[in-house]
Design a protein around this ligand. Structure first.
Ligand SMILES: Cc1ncc(C[n+]2csc(CCOP(=O)(O)OP(=O)(O)O)c2C)c(N)n1
Ligand SMILES: [Mg+2]
Length: 272
């Protein structure tokens, strides 16, 4: 499918994710909507990838760690042409490869995820391998904020500057809600930027729904000559784009009923 800009792709990702969750009576639409703009900018503007050759050795690696929000990634990949977009109609059905947490059997998916806290460690290994082999490709890892409760992330955050992994870009979907409630009430992350800076990362903060800011920050990461791993703290809204889902813990779990589906669809369609 052809899109003329990342905003069109973001809208299509939101719609497809919503359809998948509704048809399968599945969960996690809130976290798919919060990262839709990040995915759209990555897949429209940033990643060096080839949908007809998903395993091309020179490709950039994009690892989604918050595998529960897989509908967003599946939608982005289908809409970019990694597989027929109609395949997504089998999402979460018996026998489908489109499992309800990301599966690497799907073309374009670098890592199976769902057990939180793993993809950043794998990303550090990929980035280190690229450095040792003198390869130009970058490794991008998108994690959630609640996921930062997992200690394995902090091991990777310690490890990366030690090895000067300036080819690693960590993106944090900072939507301020995790599965038990507000991040600040469960395990506080603040001052998040100061913590990452103290761990010797090059840290950027953006509005994770502004495509312009996202494009600029990834350009800055790629042009930077600072020999440090990069972290992009993307401030987002869980459920972004559907008024009654925004900032509501309920939509981490709930699947929309028919009326909610129709309303959500019309709201997404009306996004400029
Ligand atoms: C290791 C592990 N523990 C617990 C869970 C259950 N779980 C699923 S999603 C989630 C947290 C969701 O919040 P967040 O990580 O902030 O994701 P987002 O808000 O982006 O949806 C948890 C704890 C899991 N998937 N993996
Ligand atoms: Mg969250």
């Amino acid at each position: 499918m052809q899109f003329s800009n990342s905003a069109e792709l973001a809208k299509a990702i939101r719609l497809k994710s919503l359809e998948m969750v509704y048809n399968a009576k599945a969960s996690h639409i809130g976290g798919a909507l919060s990262m839709a703009d990040i995915l759209a900018v990555m897949y429209f503007d940033i990643l060096n990838i080839n949908p007809s050759d998903p395993l091309q050795p020179t490709r950039d690696r994009f690892l989604l760690s918050k595998g529960h929000a897989c509908t967003g990634l599946y939608a982005a990949l289908g809409l970019k042409g990694f597989f027929p977009v109609d395949d997504l109609n089998t999402y979460a059905q018996d026998g489908s490869i489109f499992l309800s947490h990301t599966s690497h059997y799907i073309p374009g998916v670098e890592i199976s995820a769902g057990s939180l806290g793993h993809a950043l460690s794998v990303s550090t290994g990929l980035a280190l391998a690229a450095k040792r082999k003198k390869k130009e490709w970058k490794t991008y890892c998108l994690i959630s904020d609640g996921e930062l409760n997992e200690g394995s992330n902090w091991e990777a955050i310690l490890f990366s500057p030690q090895h000067q992994l300036d080819n690693l870009i960590l993106i944090i979907d900072y939507n301020k809600i995790q599965s038990f409630g507000k991040v600040e009430n469960v395990i506080q992350l603040e001052p998040l930027k100061d913590k990452l800076v103290a761990f010797n990362w090059d840290v950027f903060e953006v509005d994770g729904h502004s495509h312009e800011e996202l494009r600029n920050v990834f350009a800055n990461c790629n042009n930077s000559t600072i020999k440090k791993p990069k972290a992009v703290i993307a401030h987002t809204t869980k459920g972004k784009g559907v008024s009654f889902m925004e900032n509501k813990l309920l939509w981490h779990y709930k699947s929309p009923d028919k009326d909610q589906f129709e309303q959500a669809k019309s709201e997404i369609l009306s996004i400029c």
